[in-house]
Design a binder for this molecule. Structure first.
Ligand code: NAD
Length: 484
């Protein structure tokens, strides 16, 4: 079923990138992949030419044209304020889903977890990766954690659709919603809501700490795991490592319009130019790409030849083990070994059977939610104040009561310290004063907050930011201070 070549954008990257990309493209060509390749240069050279994002405008044009990006690892120069090209690409192109299959190849690649076959689906755009960070006082720095309902719906739906297309049985969600009740709480809630539309799957939620421990200990207990960005970033590396090697795993970054495919490892500069690196991680990313562009048949042929190569003990240095491995080979020889096995299947390992689904993108029609009735009922004002005495500070800010607003409490790093705080609580220079209406729960106006800030400013107290306190349909849109 020959079809027209599919345009893709390829970046050969830095370090070991060019060698492993050449190996992958050689295997794909020999396997009959129908690709029209546009090559772009990104990474270290671009950074060093002064392009802060590491990517020229012409590279972006190619990506927007082909919408498919096959990317070798790149080197992010240390220091100098360079932006991570990966984060920029994911966010600019709206690649909201990061998918990492982590499979063990026991007994051919050493692993503590034979039979491991876990897919991590990581939210890719939100959470602590929004890049909104501030230094607010001498002592305190802040990073904003943003979780949105549409962002959560998209990633959770993607995970269930992925599970459906790939004949998976169970979808698990990891969050820390016992602590982050609003942000992670929303993610968990959306998991329950969207999950209800997929009755055929077993579903469960784990608090991320014990879930991570369980995954590292008994990965067979999991199938597809969906999680917010930071947990997914960390745990997908853990999962790849315990499966056997980070050198064997690839990943897909999927958006509504574009997709990017890569290895999960970096550019390993110390191994560059020596024909040593294992091209398998990038190849696995490439196979996800072939499935994505509707060439699952080619992906299947390559994966079976690759499995046979691994099974035959033809290994690069990183997975070579005396006794198990038969032949230690370089990057090129490994690619040649895969090519000579095209058409063959593994004898012991489970042969690949890729879903024939033409694309991994998911039709995302977000649920319509009635807009909540939002009412302003107070304000948290944050201060930079150097003395560490909470009673002195509490009395100072209490003096600003007036015009229908009064101080309810003062907290330091989230713990109530005034009134009736504990002497033992350590205080930094970062204080929060919560003001509400004289009769708690009554609505207030923006004007009252502005007046209050003016009084504080006139008294030369350094307020560093405010957060308004709202109710949504009568439900509190903020959490109580610890000890409130
Ligand atoms: P790395 O993944 O490059 O290397 C970690 C270790 O794994 C090294 O010992 C390396 O020799 C080995 N290794 C990695 N890939 C291998 C392969 N294919 N075959 C054999 N051995 C392999 O991580 P690092 O050293 O922390 O980072 C190096 C550079 O890569 C940094 O500049 C970093 O910013 C960049 N990086 C890029 C990406 C990406 O482009 N997606 C991801 C991670 C790191």
């Amino acid at each position: 079923m020959a079809s027209n070549p599919v345009p893709i954008t390829v970046a050969h990257g830095d370090g070991i990138g060019p060698e492993i990309m050449a190996a992958c493209l050689h295997i794909m060509k020999e396997a009959g992949a129908r690709l029209a390749i546009e090559t772009i240069e990104i990474g270290e050279k671009g950074y060093l030419r002064g392009i802060n994002s590491g990517m020229e405008p012409s590279a972006w044009e190619s990506l927007r044209r082909t919408k498919v990006f096959f990317k070798a690892p790149i080197t992010t120069p240390q220091g100098g304020g360079f932006k991570s090209l990966n984060v920029t690409t994911r966010k600019t192109l709206g690649l909201y889903a990061n998918v990492r299959p982590c499979v063990s190849y026991d007994p051919y690649v050493e692993t503590k977890h034979p039979g491991m076959d876990v897919v991590i689906v990581r939210e890719n755009e939100e959470d602590l990766y929004a890049g909104i960070e501030h230094r607010q006082t001498d002592e305190v720095y802040q990073c904003l954690k943003l979780i949105s309902r549409p962002g959560s719906e998209k990633i959770v739906r993607y995970a269930f659709e992925y599970a459906r297309r790939n004949n998976r049985k169970k979808v698990t969600c990891f969050t820390k919603d016992n602590i982050m009740k609003f942000t992670d709480g929303l993610f968990h809630k959306v998991f329950d809501e969207v999950g209800a539309e997929y009755p055929e799957f077993e579903k469960e939620h784990w608090i991320v700490d014990i879930g991570a421990a369980k995954m590292a200990d008994t990965p067979e207990a999991f199938d597809v795991i969906v999680m917010p960005n930071l947990y997914g970033d960390i745990l997908s590396d853990v999962a790849a490592q315990i499966a056997g090697s980070v050198g064997l795993a690839g990943s897909a970054n999927i958006g509504d319009h574009c997709a990017m495919f890569e290895a999960i490892h970096g550019s390993a500069p110390r191994r560059a130019g020596q024909n040593l690196a294992n091209p398998s991680g990038l190849l696995q990313g490439g196979l996800l790409m072939l499935v994505h562009i509707g060439q699952a048949d080619v992906a299947e042929t390559i994966q079976n030849a690759w499995l046979r190569t691994i099974e035959d003990g033809v290994h690069t240095y990183d997975i070579f083990k005396q006794g198990t491995s038969k032949q230690k080979v370089g990057t090129k020889e490994f690619a040649d070994a895969v090519v000579t096995r095209l058409g063959k299947k593994p004898e012991k390992l489970k042969p690949a059977a890729y879903s024939k689904a033409p694309k991994q993108t998911v039709n995302q029609s977000l649920k319509q939610h009635a807009q909540a009735r939002k009412e302003l009922i107070g304000v948290d004002i944050f201060f930079d104040w150097k003395q560490r005495d909470p009673v002195e500070f509490g009395k100072k800010v209490e003096a600003f009561n007036g015009n229908g607003l009064k101080l309810l409490l003062v907290s330091n790093r989230g713990i109530k310290v005034y009134p009736n705080g504990f002497e033992e609580t350590f205080c930094t220079d970062h204080w929060r004063a919560r003001f509400k209406a004289d009769r708690e729960g009554d609505p207030i106006s923006h004007g009252q907050i502005v007046d209050l800030l003016r009084r504080i400013g006139d008294a030369k107290l350094d307020f560093i930011k405010t957060e308004n306190l709202y109710t949504f349909d009568g439900q509190k849109g903020f959490v109580s201070a610890q000890g409130e």
